[in-house]
Design a protein around this ligand. Sequence first.
Ligand SMILES: [Zn+2]
Length: 473
Amino acid sequence: MSNCCLKSVPHSDSSFETFAAPVCDWTARLTAGLACSVQASDQTMGDLEEEILRQTQGLERKLLEEASQKKADQSPPVCPVCGHKLTRQTRDHQRTYQTRFGPVTIRRLRGWCRRCRAWRFPADYALGLSEEGSASPGVQEMAALVASKMPPAEASAVIERLTGVKLPRATLDREARRQGRRAEQERKKLDEQMRLAEGSKQMLALPEAAFTLVIELDAWNIRERDEWGQSARIRRAGGEPQRWHWVYGGTCFRLDQRVQSAGGRPRILSRGTVMTREGVDALREQLFAEAQRHGLAQAAKVLVVADGAVWIWNLTGDRFAQAEQRLDYYHASQHLWAVAHALYPEEEGRARAWIGPLLRKLKSGRTPALLSDLRAVAKRLRHKKRQAVESELNYFQEHRNRMDYAAARKSGEPQGSGAMESTCRQYQCRFKRPGQFWSCSGDEALMCLETFWRNKRWHLLFPHCFHGDPCKN
Ligand SMILES: [Zn+2]
């Protein structure tokens, strides 16, 4: 509790009883406890921290209970959904909520809304409490944040250690998923606003000078158990149960936001990420909205960088038709290595000697020369080796206009989609742990929370954590 909170508590008729007698009691207990810790030679500042935390929490809990009750008492008896006056009102419906400071019990008014044909508790709405769960908004946020970072069992233990809040694993899991579904609805609403050109508030500040917008795409897979116990049925129907599913991701940023770190590695100051398990169509709409927020319509140039996957270039042609396209350099070089290994299997030295000049051509953007070299090689070969080289030749033909790496270096643009690949790896650290299985709805909900956090839009889900700077969570 900070001093400014204490000062802002009004006196006179709206004073808080918690600050009268109990506060003297509490001060005495706290100072006695602290004095003991100061005397004890084996106690550190850590013990002092624990003592203060233990002693203040009780007071904070009482204060929260009292203030919440006041807020509940002053909520007008109208339906929070439609505004209709409630009938058949009864008072003192008690409910206990889990809060940052421990359990808090509130007495609320209940009434019937004739228009909605539902029982309503106006106080719950005013306090940001849900009918489904008994977590306070602060605890809702805690569950959402920690569960999107680590598995529920671990999250439960971490929350209890750091805050003292006891959230059993199942409760935490249920609450986090509920918040995740809420995040999905919020994302849908925000994306819809962008699509209808009503999202000016969501736009990032754009520079005066002409700028390039970079978009990178990639995919990874996740293991789900939606079809558990149904394998036999699926096989009887002639299918094969699918455990692994694609998660599609994209990121976008302005080129001027890509800077060098002290160690010489590229770092992106501000960017927007999307990640979804709901297919390429869902990714396309989410990424389009994200790109609009980052100035898609205002950009002098749009550049899409990705590996060779067909879905990527179909999506790009569909949603970002004007964009310049670039094949990730590392993926291209791997395809050249495939040719080298087909020509000289188990002769690493010769493969290396052969590939040198071709890699230089690839790197310097001399694509026509590279293609004619590969064609000449293929002509000299027969059977399997020829097939192998021709298949790689087709790959380079397909991507011939996406390989001007010299131009990329000259204009300081990324030659690869490393930024997106590393983002995918970070999501995998949470969502692809050994022994983990997901359900489609479960992983989408938690991934959506993670994405709100990364995109610095956490305060849109939990407005109580928004303190002034819109860039800050
Ligand atoms: Zn109503």
